[in-house]
Ligand binder design. Structure first.
Ligand code: NAD
Length: 471
C-alpha cells in the first residue's frame, strides 16, 4: 500500500540481547546432556512455568497493556487462562504421552514388541507474534518443553514491553540454558534463521512464513507455519441474524481485530446485509456504549505503520458504521464498509484490524466460488440454519477450520488442532497436537530370540525352495 514500514519498531537495547553464539551453544550443549528427556526434568520445568505465569501475572498484564492497550479481561481470558490451562494439560498427560503408542500386530510380529516412541527433535526455534505476545509464544513453547526439546525463544519485537518482560523474568523460573530467550527484529531474526535448528515453529504472516520455510529447507529442518490471511464469513437469511451480528462484531473487535482468525470480511445478500447492519450497530452499542474511544474494553492498533495501513484501506470506501480514527493513540473505531468490490485494496490483504467489509453475493454457491478463487483461509465462518448450505461449505471449500454459527471459538475447543492449510499455514497445534508436533515419532521394534520365533522366521532365509515361495 506504499506506506513505508518503520525502520525499527522495537527498542531493545544491545545489552539486553544475548549473543546468538552463546544462545546456540548453550542450547546444543544442554540437549546432548539428555537432561530434557527425563520425565522429572520436564515436569519440573512445566511446574516452574506455571509459577512464572502465576507470580508474574500482573507484570505480564501490564506489559501487554503497554504494547496493545489490551483490556485486563482480554489478557486474562485470551492469554493467561489459555497458557496456564495448557501447562496443566501437559502436566496431567505427560507420562501417558511420553510412553508412546503400541501398534496393532500381525502374525509376523506376534511375539515382538512394536511401538511408536515420541522423541524430542533437539534444539527447536519458537517465534511468537505481537498480537498475542504471550499466548503465541508460550502455547508452542509449553508443548516443545513437554516433548523434551531445548528451545530458543524469540518474542516479537513489535511488542517490546512484553518481549523485555519475558527476557528478564523467564530465566528466573525455567532453565535458561535449555530455554534461552533471544531478542531482536528483522536483522536478528535473519541471523537466527541461518542457524541449524531441528525444528522451527513460526507464527506470523504468509510472506515471512515463506522466508522461514526457505531458510529451514537449507538444513531440511521440519517446520510448523502458523500463518494468517483473510478468513471469510458467509451469512444467509436462515441464520439467527441478531446473534450472528453480535458474535461477528465480538470477533472483529477483540484485540482490536488483530487476531489471525478474526472474521475478515462478510459475504451475504443485500437483504441480509441491511438487517446485519442494524444488529451490528446494536451489538457495538451493547459492548461499548456511546463512546467506544473512551471505553476501556476496546484496545488499540499496535503501531503507526499498522494504523496508517488500516486507515489507508478505508480510503474511497462507503462507511456504513463507524469510521473515526486518531493517529495520536492508534485508535480505529469498529467500522463496517459496504458496496465493496472484490478488486478493492481492502479485499487484497488480511485486514488485521476492526474493519469489516461486506461483499454482496446472490447465493451460497456464489459465496463458495468466491472463497475458492482465493487463498485457502485459516478459518471459515458460516452462519446458516440450512443443512444443505452447511454440507456444501464443508464439502466444497478448504480451510484450516470451519466454524458454523460463531467465530473464533474453535480455537479454544479442547482437542481440536489449530492451524492452516495452503497459504494459511503448515501443521497444527494445541494440546496433544503440540506435543506431537515437537516429537519425532520413532518406530521401535524389539524381536524375540527364541528358537520357536527363529523357526517361524525361517522362510526369509536362503536357500529358497518351492514350499517357501508357495507360502
Ligand atoms: P510478520 O510475518 O510480519 O513478522 C513475524 C516476525 O518475523 C517478526 O517479528 C520479525 O522478527 C520476523 N521478520 C519480519 N520480516 C522479516 C524478514 N524480512 N526476515 C526475517 N525475519 C523477519 O508477522 P506479524 O506482523 O508479527 O504478525 C501478523 C501476522 O501473523 C498476521 O498475518 C497474522 O494472521 C499472523 N498470525 C498468525 C497466527 C496463527 O496462529 N496462525 C497467530 C497470530 C498472528
Amino acid at each position: 500500500n506504499g506506506i513505508p514500514r518503520p525502520k525499527l519498531v522495537h527498542t531493545i537495547d544491545m545489552e539486553e540481547k544475548q549473543s546468538l553464539e552463546k544462545v546456540m551453544l548453550h542450547a546444543r550443549r544442554s540437549f546432548v546432556t539428555n537432561k530434557t528427556k527425563h520425565y522429572d526434568f520436564r515436569k519440573k520445568q512445566l511446574k516452574s512455568l506455571l509459577k512464572f505465569f502465576e507470580d508474574e501475572n500482573d507484570e505480564l498484564c501490564r506489559s501487554v497493556y503497554k504494547d496493545l492497550k489490551k483490556p485486563t479481561s482480554e489478557w486474562t481470558v485470551h492469554e493467561f487462562a489459555q497458557v496456564t490451562g495448557e501447562v496443566r494439560k501437559m502436566l496431567s498427560n505427560l507420562r501417558t504421552w511420553m510412553s508412546g503408542d503400541v501398534v496393532p500386530k500381525d502374525i509376523v510380529n506376534f511375539f515382538d514388541d512394536v511401538k511408536i516412541v515420541p522423541e524430542p527433535y533437539g534444539v527447536v526455534l519458537v517465534m511468537g507474534t505481537w498480537n498475542f505476545p504471550v499466548f503465541s509464544l508460550f502455547m508452542p513453547l509449553i508443548g516443545a518443553i513437554a516433548a523434551g526439546n531445548c528451545v530458543v525463544i524469540k518474542p516479537s519485537e513489535h511488542a517490546p514491553a512484553t518481549a523485555r518482560a519475558i527476557a528478564s523474568l523467564l530465566p528466573k523460573y525455567i532453565d535458561s540454558e535449555c530455554y534461552p530467550v533471544y531478542l531482536g527484529g528483522v536483522e536478528e531474526t535473519s541471523e537466527l534463521l541461518k542457524q541449524k535448528f531441528d525444528y522451527i515453529f513460526f507464527t506470523g504472516s504468509p510472506s515471512i512464513g515463506k522466508l522461514v520455510h526457505q531458510a529451514a529447507s537449507q538444513n531440511l529442518t521440519p517446520v510448523t507455519l502458523e500463518l494468517g490471511g483473510k478468513s471469510p464469513v458467509y451469512i444467509d437469511n436462515t441464520a439467527n441474524l441478531k446473534l450472528a451480528a453480535k458474535r461477528i462484531m465480538w470477533g472483529k473487535t477483540q484485540n482490536c481485530g488483530q487476531i489471525c482468525v478474526a472474521p475478515d470480511y462478510v459475504l451475504c445478500s443485500k437483504e441480509v446485509q441491511d438487517k446485519f447492519l442494524k444488529y451490528a450497530q446494536a451489538a457495538l452499542h451493547q459492548f461499548y456504549g456511546d463512546n467506544v474511544r473512551e471505553n476501556g474494553d476496546f484496545g488499540r492498533i499496535i503501531n503507526q505503520h499498522h494504523f496508517h495501513r488500516l486507515t489507508g484501506l478505508l480510503r474511497d470506501q462507503k462507511v456504513a458504521i463507524g469510521g473515526p480514527s486518531d493517529p495520536k493513540d492508534h485508535f480505529v473505531h469498529p467500522t463496517i464498509v459496504t458496496d465493496v468490490h472484490p478488486d478493492d485494496a481492502i479485499m487484497q490483504e488480511e485486514i488485521f484490524g476492526p474493519i469489516l467489509p461486506i461483499v454482496t453475493v446472490e447465493s451460497y454457491e456464489e459465496a463458495i466460488n468466491f472463497i475458492n478463487q482465493r487463498e485457502k483461509p485459516l478459518a471459515l465462518y458460516v452462519f446458516t440454519g440450512c443443512k444443505k448450505v452447511k454440507k456444501a461449505f464443508l464439502r466444497e471449500t478448504s480451510s484450516g477450520a470451519v466454524l458454523i454459527n460463531d467465530v473464533l471459538m474453535h480455537s479454544v475447543a479442547d482437542g481440536l488442532p489449530f492451524g492452516g492449510v495452503g497459504n494459511s499455514g503448515i501443521g497444527a497445534y494445541h494440546g496433544k497436537h503440540t506435543f506431537d508436533t515437537f516429537s519425532h515419532k520413532k518406530a521401535v521394534m524389539e524381536r524375540g530370540t527364541s528358537m520357536l520365533i527363529d523357526k517361524i522366521d525361517s522362510i526369509r532365509y536362503p536357500p529358497y525352495n518351492n514350499t517357501k515361495t508357495k507360502l
